[in-house]
Structure formats: structure tokens, C-alpha cells
Design a protein around this ligand. Structure first.
Ligand code: FNR
Ligand code: LAC
Length: 372
């Protein structure tokens, strides 16, 4: 831990980091090549990855002038919790690769910025340890779920997460297989390089008779997840189950009808199915299908306050941020994570003021050129 040093002065504010994108090249420089490839990469030819950011801008903002915005707040209510702003941390695997303090470091940054960490079930620490740390600093967190083919193995760590205080479960349903990640395959990145997943440490090894270049299934991911799992998790744990990885109206309905407490529109950071639509293009369809029954959240290419404003205009209740959080963690630790959220929050406040919106509830489709 003591060997780790932040970049620059150690303080992203005094180092003049004004936009989250400025952290990307700094993180690229300091992470090992194969780790950077894993973080930055997408599936296939990375066409969806490249499209993500522009898809938010494609909606085009149409602001109201002459609106009194002197009393502006980004406050939102999310599953019974009041939050100062709607910016959450998306689950991302193995934070120890980015900082020796791992998810405990990320948690501190998230808490200071009034955000919420989603712990990946492929995280570097077990839910019990995260829960203890969260309790000590009064931080809220959610537990992401990759189910195992033998569900009883998953319930073992979910029991622990729920006992440790997670306020919700985030069931990822878009990953029966990982995508064709050329970078990782070239780097032979993965379990073969000794990546450990403490949450899943008790799992028996799954034999895969296929030679490595012909492997499709990942031993840590079930390939039979369905809405029955949504119902079962909601019944078993009695906390909201958000279904992450929905891109279609009909799937959103299936999730809600099965008992989902929320829907997360996500294409997994363009890491799974290349050429799939950017989330900015499908969010409105999902929002309409869910019809306000549960909150709809979204992630993918959120890099600016205007991206968040656009997502909220389309009907999202909150957004999740993936890669930028890792950039912040890898460069400045907790201070970097905090800075990423604070920069985005500040930009959201500016965007709302400039759109003539004093409240998140004032953000609607009439403020978008595409959806009037
Ligand atoms: C992810 N993502 C992810 N999702 C999930 O449900 N469980 C996980 O363990 C991971 N792991 C993971 C690792 C890394 C390095 C990345 C970049 C992403 C997907 C993540 O939750 C989110 O959907 C996207 O990252 C959002 O897109 P942006 O913000 O990275 O563009
Ligand atoms: C990823 C998996 C772990 O996207 O969710 O790398």
C-alpha cells in the first residue's frame, strides 16, 4: 500500500484536472499494458464503443432561456434513498489492479462525493469486508451479481452481501458469454494470469474441454440466467433487484413483470456484443415500456454533465459511470474517484442551469431535438 503514489501533486484539483477525460491518458500511462487493454477495450472492432459518446450528443439539447434557475438542485430519490445527485458507480471487476486499496479506496471516494459504489461480484474484496468499511463511514453500496451455474454457490456470497448491508442487488443479465475481446485474447488476460476473485474463491473449478482459442463460456458466468432468477432473488432477499443489461422494451417488461425493482439500460460498456445500439439510442424505448413502475437507470459513455442531462431528459432516474471511475482510482485513488463524480455533478448543474431546469424533474424530452 505504501508503495503506491498518486500522479502529479496527488490532488486532482490543484493539478488542474477540469474534465474527466483528462484522466484517461494519465491512467493509460500508469497501468500495465494488459490491464489498460482490459479497462479500455470493447468487443470486436469496438464500433459500439466508439459510438457511445456521440450517441448522447446526437439527441441535441434545446434549452429554455428566461427561466429562473437561482434555486437549483440535482437531488433525486432512488429506491427510497435521497441522493444529492444521480451519479452512481457502475460495477467494474478487480479494483486491486488499479489501486492496492482496491474497492475500499473506491468506496471512500464515492462516499465523499455523495455517490454509491456497486461492488462487482468479480471484485477484489468480499462483500463482508466492503460492508464493514461502508458501515464505518456511513456509505451506501449495492452488490452486483453474476450468477453461477449452480445457484447455491451464488447464494452463499449473496447471503453475505445482504447481511453486510447492501441496499440492492444488481443482477447482470447481458453476459452469458463475454464478447470477442481481441485485446484480452491477445494479452491472454484473465484467470490464466492469476486474477483472483475472492467472492468466488470457494467455487469448484469448471472444466472446459475446448482448447483456449475455441472457448465461449466463462467459468464464472452462468449462461442460463432468466427472469426466473429475478423473481427468485427478489423473493429470497426482499431488497430491490435491479436488472442490468437491458436494451429492449420487451425485455424490460419481462424484468419488471418478474419483480425487478429497477432496470439498468446497459450494453456492458460495449464489451460484449459489438455493433449493438448505443444505450443513448434505446433508453427512451425502455423508459416507455417500464412506464414509471420502477426506476430506469443507464450507463455507457457518460463522460460529461450534458450526457447525464440528456439521459435524464430521456427518462432515466440516474446514471452509472464505469471507466472514468477506474481512471480516477488509478491516478489519484479515492481523491480521483471523488473528483470524477464532482466534475460530472458540477457539469450537470451547469447543464441544468443552461437548459432552464431547476429540478431533475424539469428535465424532459421537450429539451431534446430528437424527442419533441
Ligand atoms: C465492467 N462492467 C461490468 N459490469 C458488470 O455488471 N459486472 C462487472 O464485473 C463489470 N466489470 C467491468 C470491468 C471493466 C474494466 C469495465 C470497463 C466495465 C460494465 C460496467 O458496469 C458498465 O456497464 C460500463 O463500464 C459502462 O460504460 P462506461 O461508463 O465504462 O462507458
Ligand atoms: C467485464 C466483466 C467482468 O466486463 O463484466 O470485464
Amino acid at each position: 500500500m505504501s508503495a503506491w503514489r498518486a500522479v502529479g501533486s496527488g490532488d486532482p484539483v490543484s493539478d488542474g484536472i477540469v474534465a474527466v477525460g483528462e484522466l484517461e491518458p494519465l491512467a493509460a500511462e500508469r497501468l500495465a499494458g494488459e490491464v489498460w487493454d482490459y479497462v479500455a477495450g470493447g468487443a470486436g472492432d469496438e464500433r459500439t464503443l466508439r459510438a457511445a459518446g456521440d450517441a448522447w450528443a446526437a439527441h441535441g439539447l434545446s434549452p429554455h432561456a428566461m427561466r429562473d434557475v437561482s434555486d437549483l438542485t440535482t437531488e433525486v430519490e432512488l429506491l427510497g434513498r435521497r441522493m444529492a445527485h444521480p451519479i452512481l458507480l457502475a460495477p467494474t471487476a478487480t479494483h486491486v489492479r488499479y489501486h492496492p486499496g482496491a474497492e475500499l479506496e473506491t468506496l471512500r471516494g464515492a462516499q465523499t462525493a455523495g455517490s454509491l459504489l456497486t461492488l462487482s461480484s468479480l471484485g477484489s474484496i468480499v462483500p463482508d469486508d466492503l460492508g464493514k468499511a461502508a458501515q464505518a463511514i456511513d456509505a451506501a453500496w449495492w452488490m452486483q451479481v453474476y450468477l453461477q451455474r449452480d445457484r447455491s454457490l451464488s447464494y452463499a456470497y449473496l447471503d453475505q452481501a445482504v447481511a453486510a448491508g447492501t441496499e440492492a442487488l444488481v443482477l447482470t443479465v447481458d453476459t452469458p458469454s463475454l464478447g470477442a475481446r481481441d485485446r484480452d485474447r491477445r494479452d491472454s488476460f484473465g484467470a490464466s494470469r492469476g486474477v483472483a476473485f475472492p467472492t468466488l474463491a470457494h467455487l469448484p473449478p469448471v472444466a472446459d474441454p475446448a482448447p483456449p482459442h475455441r472457448r465461449v463460456w466463462n467459468p464464472h458466468l452462468a449462461n442460463d440466467v432468466s427472469e426466473r432468477d429475478v423473481t427468485e432473488l427478489a423473493r429470497r432477499y426482499e431488497i430491490p433487484v435491479l436488472v442490468k443489461g437491458v436494451l429492449r422494451a420487451d425485455d424490460a417488461r419481462r424484468a419488471v413483470d418478474a419483480g425487478a425493482g429497477g432496470v439498468i439500460v446497459s450494453n456492458h460498456g460495449a464489451r460484449n456484443l459489438d455493433t449493438v445500439a448505443p444505450t443513448a439510442a434505446v433508453l427512451a424505448d425502455v423508459v416507455d415500456a417500464v412506464a414509471g413502475e420502477v426506476p430506469v437507470l443507464v450507463d455507457g459513455g457518460i463522460r460529461r454533465g450534458t450526457d447525464i442531462a440528456t439521459a435524464l431528459c430521456l427518462g432515466a432516474r440516474a446514471v452509472l459511470v464505469g471507466r472514468p471511475v477506474i481512471w480516477g482510482l488509478a491516478t489519484y485513488g479515492a481523491a480521483g474517484v471523488q473528483h470524477v463524480v464532482e466534475v460530472l455533478r458540477t457539469e450537470l448543474e451547469m447543464a441544468m442551469a443552461l437548459l432552464g431546469a431547476s429540478r431533475v424533474s424539469d428535465l424532459g424530452r421537450d429539451l431534446l431535438l430528437t424527442r419533441r
